[in-house]
Design a protein around this ligand. Structure first.
Ligand SMILES: Cc1ncc(COP(=O)(O)O)c(C=O)c1O
Length: 460
């Protein structure tokens, strides 16, 4: 046995749950929150659409964690791919070719919108957006990026500056990345510029064009084609073709952030596929490996790729094209194909949508229910006419206890977990979910909404 061979490790003594939680809380940051109230649950196992805490209680994962475990937990093929890659070639620097890299790149050509043919791999969605911004600026020689208010693009310097939601606010005093502007989002339930579809003629896109014209130096427009955390906002059919035409006419790149909406979530491989629109750059992460390992992707058009044949590509990471992240990506795509999950998302989405819509008739606190595929939002309101939210973005930043969080906590007690935002929930179960599990999740929501209904009743 060589000196470098691994010694046989003794199984570590299992820590008591109290210690696990106490150490986690004391030595780690809880993200996007006040630390004082953080009480992390000790999770010990996860399989299919469920995860299990240390006390043995099982939870239906009704939002696929952070809308990312699209294949469900413990998919065997993905786990096997991680093991095999770890045994073959756990790391090699990005300058080399690897089989995993070549195979994943070839598979991506099958599933991405046509025309996206040159890839830069990252280890998160935010890094993939940073890459997109740099590439767009290098390629166009222009500086400005237009994003939209109801959006999230990640937590690092450029991506948080392009984030329209309040997660951006805290970075501003320290100096937000320059040259990023915001246009109004598409929100036909509550239009930010007070228009009504279809009479509006898609005025929000016209406004965006007005910005491009007047700002002049615009490199790219970035949109979540179906907005994720900020409320599963689905554009009307005319929006994307119109935006594509505006960008083409004005010589501006269109970046589709499909970090959350990609990988079958909306019932197509990518949400832009619903409108047949081809972005110049598509950014994704999360479902690309079902989140088993951290992988992000910035995919550009062949034309952008060609530009860098004779221009310096000034970007890179130690972990770019990390083999251990790429091999499970291959397995995840093949599993999606084998299980026909894009189709399944569409079918099960219709079932889930019908059940969620039925809740609206029963609960005065529900203002809107909307979704595509297995990607749904239930928006809560103080009253259905004014559409005023139960809590505001300012409440969230101020640490005010949110009604949605109380509802989500009640759901957890009933054994179902779901992502709660300021005044809505994002429901996005694993794409392998069964009808009986959808029934269970919706039933828990139905019961837990009593809390929101009581709050609305208390307003008088
Ligand atoms: C649309 C969108 N873009 C970017 C990101 C950032 O991805 P990551 O958390 O992997 O950096 C997210 C994360 O939720 C997202 O939803």
């Amino acid at each position: 046995m060589s000196e470098l061979s691994a010694p046989v490790l003794e199984a570590p003594e299992l820590m008591a749950t109290e210690e696990v939680v106490a150490l986690t809380k004391r030595l780690n940051y809880g993200t996007w929150r006040y630390q004082k109230s953080w009480k992390p649950l000790h999770v010990v196992d996860a399989e299919g659409c469920y995860f299990t805490d240390a006390a043995g209680k099982r939870y239906l994962d009704f939002s696929s964690q952070l809308m990312c475990v699209n294949l469900g937990h413990k998919n065997k093929a993905v786990i096997e791919a991680i093991k095999q890659q770890a045994e073959t070639l756990p790391y090699i620097m990005p300058g080399y070719a690897t089989t995993a890299r070549a195979e994943l790149s070839k598979l991506l050509l099958e599933v991405l919108p046509a025309g996206l043919e040159k890839f830069f791999f990252t280890t998160s969605g935010t890094e993939a957006n940073e890459a997109a911004f740099k590439i767009a600026r290098m390629y166009t020689g222009k500086s400005k990026i237009i994003a939209r208010y109801r959006s999230y693009h990640g937590s690092t310097h450029g991506s948080i500056a392009a984030t329209g939601d309040p997660r951006r606010w805290a970075t501003e005093p320290g100096g937000k990345a320059p040259n990023i502007l915001f246009s109004p989002e598409v929100n036909c339930y509550k239009c930010p510029i007070k228009h009504a579809y279809p009479g509006c003629g898609i005025a929000c896109a016209d406004y965006l064009e007005h910005m491009i014209e007047n700002e002049h130096d615009v490199a790219a427009v970035i949109v979540e084609p179906v907005v994720g955390t900020n409320g599963v906002l689905i554009p009307p059919p005319e929006y994307f073709p119109k935006l594509r035409e505006i960008c083409d006419r004005r010589g501006v790149l269109l970046i589709a952030d499909e970090v959350m909406a990609g990988w079958g979530r909306t019932g197509e491989w990518f949400s832009v596929d619903h409108w047949g629109v081809k972005p110049d750059i598509l950014v994704t992460a999360k479902g690309i490996t079902s989140a088993y390992v951290p992988l992000g992707l910035c995919a550009t058009s062949a034309k952008i790729g060609e530009y860098f044949e004779d221009h310096y590509f000034a970007h890179g990471h130690t972990y770019e094209a990390h083999p251990l992240t790429l091999a499970p990506g291959i397995a995840a795509i093949k599993e999606m194909q084998r299980l026909d999950l894009v189709h399944r998302s569409r079918e099960m989405g219709e079932y889930l949508g019908e059940k969620l819509r039925a809740l609206k008739a029963k609960h005065p606190s529900i203002g809107d229910v909307r979704g595509l595929g297995l990607f749904w939002a239930v928006e809560l309101v103080r009253d259905q006419t004014s559409k005023a939210p139960l809590n505001t973005m300012q409440d969230k930043v101020d640490g005010v206890p949110m009604v949605t969080e109380k509802v989500a906590a009640a759901m957890m007690q009933r054994g179902v977990t779901m992502q709660a935002w300021t005044s809505h929930f994002v429901i996005a179960p694993p794409l392998i979910i069964e009808k009986s599990e959808i029934d269970l999740g919706v039933e828990a929501l139905d019961q837990s909404l009593a809390i929101a209904d009581e709050f609305v009743a208390s307003l008088g």
